[in-house]
Ligand binder design. Structure first.
Ligand code: SAM
Length: 233
């Protein structure tokens, strides 16, 4: 009886450890363990990322590049920063858009994700920068458009990163981001749509619109206020 009880306890402990490991490293991609772990995991996944995500070219054109080009019109040469670009999904969609004549910087802290992006897309209108979202290496008001797709929930200092994205946006510039929804496993790492809209407005955005997009993500469109007053703390 004692042996059976000991085996049962051992099985329960092992199952609990496996579940904890799955939650910490797979489901929440290291976000509760700090930025270094998040980036280490993305370095590990980088070679498989595109195969896992299976992004569709026409879908990214229809829901990302085309609406962005419509909103920024008549400017066909915007300066765009894609924060947490990964393997370059947004830069690729923009470069393939026939009216895009601007410049796009894809920024990420995972060197391996950027290496894959650079392998897929070599174009003089694109630059790759390895830097953290929480400390963007650009002067205030540099970009017409800042984007950040499927990444805010994996940032250990989300508000600092959002503040930085808004800082480098010019007054009147466009922010395109995603908001993770249905994330019951990511307690404290996601926003309700209304809360995110209110936070963005507190950090310096004017109008913010949030629309349904995918099962896991809503799309967030915002315009930076024209005023030069510093955002509230
Ligand atoms: C799910 S991927 C999204 C990539 C891309 N935006 C897309 O839609 O395919 C998340 C990316 O965020 C990056 N990332 C996470 N935390 C970051 C941080 N603090 N600074 C810069 N990049 C970060 C990761 O390296 C990873 O490439």
């Amino acid at each position: 009886m004692n042996v059976i009880a000991a085996i049962l306890i051992a099985v329960i402990v092992v199952a609990a450890l496996v579940a904890l490991g799955w939650w910490l490293f797979i489901e929440t991609e290291g976000v509760y363990l700090g930025r270094r772990v998040v980036i280490w995991l993305y370095d590990l996944y980088a070679a498989r990322y595109d195969r896992i995500k299976k992004f569709q070219r026409h879908y990214d054109h229809m829901f990302l590049a085309q609406p962005l080009m419509e909103r920024i019109a008549p400017n066909e040469s915007p300066r765009v920063l894609d924060v947490a670009t990964g393997t370059g999904r947004l830069p690729l969609a923009l470069i393939r858009h026939k009216r895009f004549r601007g410049q796009v910087i894809g920024l990420d802290l995972s060197r391996r994700m950027l290496d894959h992006a650079a392998d897929k897309l070599a174009d003089r209108r694109v630059q790759w920068v390895c830097a953290p979202a929480e400390s963007l290496p650009f002067p205030t008001g540099t970009f017409d458009v800042v984007t950040c797709l499927e990444a805010i929930e994996f940032m250990t200092r989300r508000e600092t990163a959002l503040r930085e994205m808004i800082r480098v946006l010019r007054p009147g510039g466009i922010l395109l981001a995603t908001n993770r929804i249905h994330a019951r496993w990511m307690v404290g790492k996601t926003y309700k749509d209304d809360d995110l809209a209110a936070l963005l407005q507190r950090l310096g955005m004017g109008q913010v619109e949030i629309e349904s997009w995918q099962v896991d993500y809503d799309l967030v469109w915002g315009y930076k206020k024209q005023t030069t007053a510093p955002p509230a703390d």
